[in-house]
Design a protein around this ligand. Structure first.
Ligand code: NAP
Length: 280
């Protein structure tokens, strides 16, 4: 039997728990956690993501502050905005929406975010800490996938996990988190040879390559756990769901699997930042 890992349902449960924590914070300190989002330019997909994040904050009683900057913004002007948000005591988390226009040094801007407000896990220091097993806010999509694995009580120690994709927001941090959970981790990318043979040895597969329905069920072994982080036009993931679900013991659907967990982790990290800062 194949179990669907329901990220939508788990997200709803976590958001209810967050509402209670926000209420406590309000009662104890009269404080509301606020997430600042920075959107540079007019990319419609990015605008939609930022809007969704703002709405999600409001739906659980958090605040959100939206900073919108024109597409011609320079690195220095963006750094100044980040500096101001770093100093602002009412802001507990900062999210700089990726990608920024190409004239901007995105890495420099990410790294300007102070670690206690790096709720999206984008700074180099945050990635370093994650890799060393030092507490930090990990990138939200991998954090959501790990939370799903925990929820479904999937044994990880000693398992062979194959992560397909090595981006700094997804594949690499996911590999580090699985390593921390004592998996034996293989990271595949666009130059990997014999992907299907490698996948055939995997107990856990993470699809994070951005190619619709690329990973086929025929490449997977019986009983595999499949996490599909992909989100592509037509509402499909990076894994061919129909064939993969015939082999998998557990699988995330698209939509309703990893996607909702990403925003929920962002909310959760911001609430945690506010609780820690105010010692509640
Ligand atoms: P990305 O930055 O474009 O990285 C894609 C990675 O996949 C790269 O490392 C690339 O290898 C690798 N790759 C590309 N083609 C491959 C192939 N044929 N075989 C093996 N590896 C291949 O993408 P991303 O930002 O990590 O996003 C990946 C997917 O996750 C997308 O579908 C995206 O929409 C989705 N996503 C979902 C969420 C969510 O909230 N659910 C959040 C972020 C992203 P190279 O390094 O060699 O180029």
């Amino acid at each position: 039997m194949t179990v669907l890992m329901d990220g939508k349902k788990l997200s709803e449960i976590i958001r209810e728990e967050l509402k209670i924590k926000i209420q406590k914070l309000s009662e104890a300190k009269r404080i509301k956690p606020v997430l600042a989002t920075i959107l540079v330019g007019d990319d419609p997909a990015s605008a939609t993501y930022v809007k969704m994040k703002g709405k999600a904050c409001e739906s659980i009683g958090m605040g959100s502050r939206k900073v919108e900057l024109p597409s011609g913004t320079s690195t220095d002007s963006l750094l100044k905005v980040i500096d101001d948000l770093n100093k602002d005591e009412t802001i507990y988390g900062i999210l700089l929406q990726h990608p920024v226009p190409e004239q901007i040094d995105e890495r420099k801007c990410f790294d300007r975010i102070v670690s206690e407000k790096d709720v999206d896990g984008v700074t180099s220091a945050g990635f370093g800490k994650l890799s060393l097993g030092i507490p930090c806010f990990p990138a939200c999509t991998p954090a959501g996938m790990i939370r799903l694995l925990e929820e479904y009580q999937i044994e990880l120690a000693g398992k062979h996990a194959v992560v397909v994709g090595r981006s700094s927001i997804l594949g690499k941090p996911m590999a580090m988190m699985l390593l921390d959970k004592n998996c034996t981790v293989t990271v595949c990318h666009s130059r990997t040879k014999n992907l299907s043979e490698i996948l055939h040895t995997a107990d856990i597969v993470v699809g994070a390559l951005g190619k619709p329905e690329y990973i086929k069920g025929e490449w997977l072994k019986e009983g595999v756990v499949v996490l599909d982080a992909g989100y592509n036009p037509g509402n499909v993931g990076d894994v061919h769901f129909e064939s993969a679900s015939k082999k998998a013991s557990f699988i995330t659907p698209v939509p309703g699997g990893v996607g909702p967990m990403t925003i929920t982790m962002l909310l959760s990290h911001t609430v945690k930042a506010a609780l820690e800062k105010n010692k509640v």
